[in-house]
Design a protein around this ligand. Structure first.
Ligand SMILES: [Zn+2]
Length: 376
């Protein structure tokens, strides 16, 4: 409902000279016009919603598959070399998938298939390699523009800081966090969730990273090396055993109880995998790259419609038969490329074709048909 309709309703309510029956008719007309306008706006926004939904689901599926691939290849977010490489490839593939599914959905709608027919239609039958490459490149650029981190799309490693780790609290003296450190960890947990899995449920635990057991193992190794070198001069011993390597700095990260138990099991028994799957869709920028890549189809439709309607608005009321415009035939291509059936009796300005035979004209000319535009 626009401001015009609000003004009409105000005028209607303030007009006391009008009879009750005429008031009722006028109110009905205003309401009908408002509903028709709202329906028109919704029908134009619906393709945006469909494109956004399909592309978001496709992109989300793509990055979830990427995480599973990383787990199967034993590549975690803690891998500073392979993690970003695999993450960038995964974002490109997920973006290409979202763009293709958005195009596929549009084609199904243009063919006026119902939901089941659209779902059963093989989506791999209309793959366009050039469009896929463009979608992949666009998705990677959007992902980085929004500050995304490729390696954070891969599984977390229980032996290192997880994919959701953004802030930590330095470990002070003692084995346990003090009250101020606990307060900081709770606020971090409520904001970012568990640094390994992203969960925000349950109690928060201050996780030592690197784990204390690994730190103790490294210190024990250094002591053993130092003991084996005790007979050589101090100068040479300092070269082989640096003091910095013995002072490993630990930080507290907010962790959930489930990940803490899994980490403890790994450290004590070493029987489980060190990789943990997490809520990858919570990682910034979320579904944004997939949605924007999918909405590119809408922008292309808008550009196409603008280009195709431009010459007509410049007074090109009639055209030759060979210049058939888009929209001729049984269906008219609507905005965003969706088709709607045309009822010719109700369409102002539709093109009517008729043929005539002119006296004295050659047969080839007389058989030609001309287009007449009916102006209502
Ligand atoms: Zn967790």
């Amino acid at each position: 409902m626009t401001s015009h309709h609000v003004d009409l309703i105000k005028e209607f309510l303030g007009n006391r000279s009008m009879s009750e029956s005429s008031k009722g008719r006028k109110f009905h007309n205003i309401l009908k016009a408002s509903l028709g306008q709202a329906q028109g706006i919704l029908s134009r926004l619906l393709p945006f919603g469909v494109h956004a939904f399909v592309s978001a689901i496709s992109y989300g599926s793509g990055i979830c598959l990427l995480q599973l691939l990383g787990a199967s290849l034993r590549i975690s977010c803690a891998n500073r070399l392979l993690g970003p490489c695999l993450g960038a490839i995964g974002v490109g593939a997920a973006s290409a998938l979202s763009g293709h599914m958005s195009r596929h959905a549009k084609r199904q709608m243009n063919e006026q298939k119902n939901l089941w027919q659209a779902l059963l239609s093989p989506f791999w039958s209309d793959i366009d390699i050039q469009e896929l490459l463009l979608d992949a490149f666009s998705g990677i650029m959007i992902f980085k523009l929004y500050g995304g981190s490729f390696r954070r799309l891969l599984p977390s490693n229980l032996k290192a800081a997880g994919a959701h780790a953004r802030t930590c609290v330095p470990v002070s003296a003692g084995d346990h966090a003090n009250d101020s450190q606990k307060g900081l960890l709770i606020s971090i947990y409520q904001r970012d969730g568990c640094h390994h899995c992203g969960s925000k449920r349950g109690i928060v635990i201050g996780d030592h990273i690197p784990p204390t057991k690994l730190v103790n193992e490294v210190k024990a190794q250094h002591k053993a090396v130092e003991a084996s070198l005790k007979h050589i001069p101090d100068l040479l011993r300092q070269v082989f055993v640096s003091k910095e390597s013995q002072c490993i700095k630990q930080d507290y990260y907010a962790q959930c109880q489930s990940c803490s138990q899994a980490q403890a099991s790994l450290m004590r028994h070493g029987r489980r995998s060190a990789l943990v799957l997490h809520k990858v869709w919570l990682q910034p920028p979320g579904f944004t790259p997939g949605i924007l890549v999918g909405l590119r189809q809408c922008c292309e439709d808008m550009r196409t419609i603008h280009t195709s309607t431009g010459p007509r608005s410049a007074g090109n009321a009639s055209s030759s038969k060979g210049q058939k415009r888009e929209g001729e035939g049984r269906h008219r291509r609507g905005i965003w490329g969706w088709t709607t059936p045309i009822v010719e009796e109700q369409q102002p300005g539709v093109d009517v074709y008729c043929s005539f035979e002119a006296k004295g004209l050659p047969a080839t000319t007389a058989s030609n048909s001309v287009e007449v535009t009916v102006l209502n």
